[in-house]
Design a binder for this molecule. Sequence first.
Ligand code: AMP
Ligand code: ZN
Length: 302
Amino acid sequence: MCGKEAAVRLRYANLWLCREHFLEFFERRVERTLRRYGMVREGDRIGVAVSGGKDSMVALYVLSRLGERVGFEVCGLHIDLGISAENYSRVCLQRVVEAFRELGLVYRVLSLKKEYGFTVEEAAKRVRRPQCAVCGLVRRYVLNKMALEMGVTKLATGHHLNDFAVFIVNNVVHANYAYLARLKPMLLARAGLVARIRPLLETPEHDIAAYARFLGIRYADIRCPYGAEEPTKVVGRFLEIVEKRSPGITMMMVRGFIARCLPILESRFGEEEVRACKECGYPTTGDLCAFCRLLRRIGARR
Ligand code: AMP
Ligand code: ZN
């Protein structure tokens, strides 16, 4: 673009870019994603769910920078899950709060232990279920609750292009088509549920790493000690091989899925009937929502 020495190579676009042009390219693309899928409106209050890892931390920084340009407000949300192995949650919390303060954002941190009296590790042990299942359930519920309490109009997560690609292939492999129908760029708000957006949907993970490096974003460079399940890792490696041979194919698959496959899946698998949880009012298909059932089983306070 400018003749300066390139700092990054984007194989899928056949581009070599210097730091400044890359940052511009990266932010433009996120802005385009926001507009293409109607993710934000002027006056929105976007709550970014930040784990402390690279992806959601970058989502936080890029949305903060775009907020001024597009006209929405950004605030931060973090759950301290209390994962003590390898000091995981402590390091995450530290990085997240540093970032919230540096950006001068309104934010809220909720400690599971302080609020409900248990950590993810303790809950999983008590109900004898896998850590990741309990953690996912707790995060979904608690983030939604925090967002509603903070007056957030849309909750943003750090899911990126490669997450989506893995999710698509993994669910095709397992023939989970009803599940695939929920893989939308944006989930609209319903009674008791805040809208959800995925602003990094069209951003490859490799670019997220470069953006973090160029801006000097300090994130928690550790993985959760309980790790992702093995099958998704295998699919991820498979997709890396395919992308290497055909740069750009991941983007094509994800965009194609959203544009052409998702509408068909949505019309086939309509939204489930839901009612209000008897305990907390959160939408659920049964009497009690999964979170309230968990609280009951472990005898936790609410
Ligand atoms: P994961 O399921 O670990 O890939 O996380 C998906 C997204 O959930 C992340 O990109 C974050 O936006 C959000 N998230 C994960 N963990 C937390 C946490 N402890 N607090 C707030 N948000 C989180
Ligand atoms: Zn409930």
